[in-house]
Design a protein around this ligand. Sequence first.
Ligand code: TRP
Length: 458
Amino acid sequence: MAMGATDRGAWGSRMGFVLAAAGSAVGLGNIWGFPTQVGRGGGAAFVVLYLLCVGLICAPILIAEIAIGRRTQKDPVTAFEVLRPRTAWWLTGLLGVLAGVGILSFYSVIAGWTLAYVWYTATGAVTGSQDAIGAFFGDFVSNGPLSLGLTLVVLVTTAVIIIGGVRSGIERVTRVLMPLLLGLLVLLAARAVTLPGAEAGLAYYMRPDVSRLFDMSVLNAALGQAFFSLSLGMGAMITYGSYLTRRQGIGGAAVWVVLLDTSVALLAGFIIFPAGFSLPGFDPGSGGPGLIFTVLPRLFDTLPGGHLFGAAFFVLLSMAALTSTISLLEVPVSHLIDGHGWTRRNAVLAITTLTAALAIPSALSNGAVGFFSQLPGLGMSFLDFMAIVWNEFALPIGGLLVAIFVGHIWRVDEALAELRAEGAAFPLGGLWGALIRYVCPIAILLIIIFTTLRTLAS
Ligand code: TRP
């Protein structure tokens, strides 16, 4: 379908939706974020909590978001207005629109780094000892103008694609990208686990330290990471669901998205930790945002033709990041189009400009400007601060509101009617209803309360 007068689009098929949703889900969150969080959260305990969050909390919310979108065929703000007019529920959508801008502003900085590493690995600029590779990364990210320029390249590329509409581009790119990415990750994991010293990495990654399973801060980070990785809690899946037609089923699509996203994250861990622990003196917790940029180049060095593998890896990672930035930008853009009658082009220009301005402090927060690199009183960089605010608070709160809305306001039977429209199969509806009504809201609320108390106490 061509873009109509309203500038709305639609997926060509259910497969197109699965590809776009998986493209949104699989990104830096899986390959850069997941191992970083595992390292900070103490290894396998984080992995266990993460999987629990995905299965019990995030998968049901993913289904709920898609159902809201397909039912209303609207952007997140308008969708809540359509389902419950003259109530304050539209604010849930607005939180999502703001989160889209907030997340994109730091996400595009890291996407810019992966873009630069295509060049650096291909030309052999990042090789040598672990210290040399670490110093290279440190010098690179503290170059403010370079980071800013790369961020702009990412944002402008995303904007150009989105001006073309949701369909053209995303479906096609993801169809080719996903199998290639999975293939390369399996190959790299196979190499990593056979390196000398890899066993220590596997143990760290797979044998949970039981005491950390009950650590609320690890649980909160796992929840935030699960939301982020599945692109939940800010209406991205409402927006993508709104481009589905009623003939396109939801249940099976959601299962595919969860399985693909989780496999890519788990595979990334099977690469980083065995490869990391094969290096002398490796400390998985100290890597921070540089973990993949400092461990992977060493891994590529151990492969024949490693430069090529490295460049291919960063090309695929950049593309995966791009299909995610597209979904982040699409949420605020769809709101200006549906809610305020803007043209797609003007909406994209306005939101991109705003995001670029907000990205400046993040781009300068890795050594370029002292104030942003070490925020006074917070002891963290502006980029880390943004990631925590949006991932660990805004997204779970958005998810909490979606669960309450679908479970208790719109109601499970209405939602199930949407999920089973046109005779679509949706087994385990009762289980889904119980999870969305009780498990999701209570679990998220408890986690948020504990985290807030802890933050206030410290
Ligand atoms: N899920 C993406 C990743 O893992 C990031 C992302 C894209 C996202 N769209 C989103 C996160 C919407 C939250 C909400 O890299």
